[in-house]
Design a protein around this ligand. Structure first.
Ligand code: PLP
Length: 380
């Protein structure tokens, strides 16, 4: 069976090995805009491409505001900060995520709580979230929710749209509203994914996208904070530019800010990439359909977009029977030059988070042992 799968992937991509997991594609105006950017001399974070890039992402996602940053991890750090997460707060997220989600919570000095995932969406399970909040927390007179065991305030929840598949975000937002938790969506992987026809990353108070080289579109490195809240957007822009008060020459800063703003050079690439996003998404959907048909024929479980969702199919994923089969397939496919990848280790298994607070992680553990990502680059 492993040979049948790798032969299919080799045949589909029809390029000499290695067949990488997700390569960037530059088939539009990238070089033209980069040259324009260099000629303008505005290569750092002051420049027209930054604003254009933000405008095109706003138009695509329907988000009211967008603030471009150097990468998704730092955008998430800042999003938590401007959404009011404080040191020593607790922040709920899922155990099955990329480490950046948990790290951004730690940068604040807050404590992550790792909960379970849905087997179909791979995102935070609303049922497990509700069970945790009902059993483990209490709401106090100040309106905040506190962890009964630690006494700490739980201020936010960071659900993740894993591999571009939308989490059940409307349910998550509803539950969090009842407990006065801010929702910051980690939409790093889900540009082009919609839940009930609304773009992921526009449900919470804020969200972040990533434009790392392995994402659906890239700016080399980059991220963006999305929000419909003007105060959040203004505060994020201010803090990401060293909290400098705009002035033609004076250096006035009114808070401890960060140097997180995206440079114009990266945004120039982003503008060109946004022009090809629709094409990339349709090609990725075609590839996912090809995989789905093939895996149905050989009886392997292929992860399809969840109910009520339209996924960008950032990384195509299969679920094998157990860890032994997963590891054997990973070894075989790599020996054939086909770059496959297991899902991340659960955050609670990493040394720095081994003592972190956790709910029951039954479904996340099941997924962690079985999921494998397959080559998913846009075929050109
Ligand atoms: C789920 C998730 N969160 C956060 C990030 C961080 O984004 P970046 O690599 O741009 O810092 C990534 C991607 O790399 C990611 O996949």
């Amino acid at each position: 069976m492993y040979k049948t799968i790798t032969d299919f992937i080799k045949h589909t991509y029809n390029t000499p090995p290695p067949i990488n997991l997700h390569e960037p594609r530059f088939i539009g105006n990238e070089k033209k805009y980069l040259a324009e950017c260099i000629d303008s001399t505005f290569v750092s974070y002051v420049g027209a491409f930054v604003t254009s890039f933000e405008d095109s992402v706003k138009a695509f996602t329907g988000s009211k505001y967008a603030v471009a940053m150097t990468n998704g991890t730092l955008a998430l750090h800042l999003a938590l900060r401007v959404c009011g997460v404080l040191p020593e707060d607790e922040v709920i997220t899922q155990a099955l995520t990329f480490v950046a989600t948990a790290n951004a919570i730690s940068y604040i000095g807050a404590h992550p709580i790792f909960l379970d995932s849905d087997l179909d969406t791979l995102g935070l399970s609303p049922e497990k979230l509700l069970t945790f909040l009902k059993n483990e927390t209490q709401k106090k007179e100040d309106g905040n929710t506190y962890n009964k065991k630690t006494g700490r305030r739980i201020s936010a929840c960071v659900p993740v749209h894993v591999f571009g598949h939308p989490a059940r975000i409307a349910d998550i937002v509803r539950i969090c509203a009842d407990y006065n938790l801010v929702v910051v969506e980690d939409a790093a992987e889900s540009l082009g994914s919609f839940y009930q026809s609304q773009h992921t990353g526009t449900f919470g108070l804020a969200s972040v996208l990533s434009f790392n080289g392995n994402k659906t579109i890239t700016t080399g490195g980059g991220g963006m904070l999305l929000t419909n809240d003007e105060m959040i957007a203004t505060s994020a822009k201010h803090l990401s530019t060293t909290a400098k008060i705009p002035h033609p020459w004076a250096f006035e800063h009114d808070e401890i800010g960060y140097n997180y703003r995206m440079p114009n050079l990266n945004a120039a690439v982003g503008c060109a990439q946004m022009e090809t996003l629709d094409l990339f998404l349709s090609k990725k959907r075609e590839q996912a359909e090809r995989y789905a048909t093939f895996f149905a024929q050989i009886g392997v479980d292929f992860i399809v977009e969840p109910k009520d969702s339209r996924s960008n199919y950032w990384l195509n994923t299969i679920m094998l029977n157990d860890r032994t089969e997963r590891d054997a397939f990973l070894a075989y496919s790599h020996s054939q030059g086909v770059m496959t990848r297991p899902v991340w280790r659960l955050m609670s298994q990493l040394p720095m988070y081994k003592d972190a607070l956790c709910g029951d992680l039954e479904q996340a553990e099941h997924l962690e042992a079985r999921l494998v990502n397959l080559p998913s680059s846009v075929r050109v």
